[in-house]
Design a protein around this ligand. Structure first.
Ligand code: ZN
Ligand code: ZN
Length: 127
């Protein structure tokens, strides 16, 4: 697979960011190295990187997609005040699905997601 220079810079900026930026923020970061890049190009490259498994696209159901340069399996914490998204540094135990339950048997389950949200350390200190 050929990785264009643009795509490489986008990937590098995203890996440097630990708070899971949205496309707009990545666009502002990338513009420092590629001033003439458009938001659409950044977005298309992000979609490409996500589709090829080099980054993860996170959807918290609030309309704005966030991107993650860390593709290792991990869970996230979302701050409802400043909207930052942090990696949770330990493994969460989720009860496995009861595979013999009729409801489960009639469906194909792709995965499970646990959402943890509240106030981050900075926001909770300010309250
Ligand atoms: Zn916060
Ligand atoms: Zn993450």
């Amino acid at each position: 697979m050929r990785i264009t220079n643009q795509r490489k810079i986008i990937l590098e900026e995203l890996i440097k960011c630990s708070h899971h930026p949205g496309a707009d923020e990545i666009y502002n970061l990338v513009r420092k190295s590629i001033p003439r890049i458009s938001l659409g190009t950044v977005y298309r490259n992000l979609e490409f990187l996500a589709a090829s498994g080099m980054i993860k696209k996170l959807d918290f159901g609030n309309g704005q997609k966030r991107f993650d340069g860390n593709i290792e399996p991990h869970d996230h914490f979302r701050c409802v005040n400043c909207n930052t998204i942090e990696d949770i540094p330990f493994t969460m135990d989720i009860m496995p699905l009861d595979e013999n339950h009729m409801w489960v048997k009639k469906r194909i389950i792709y995965g499970m997601r646990l959402e943890i949200y509240g106030l981050c350390a900075a926001c909770s200190a300010g309250k």
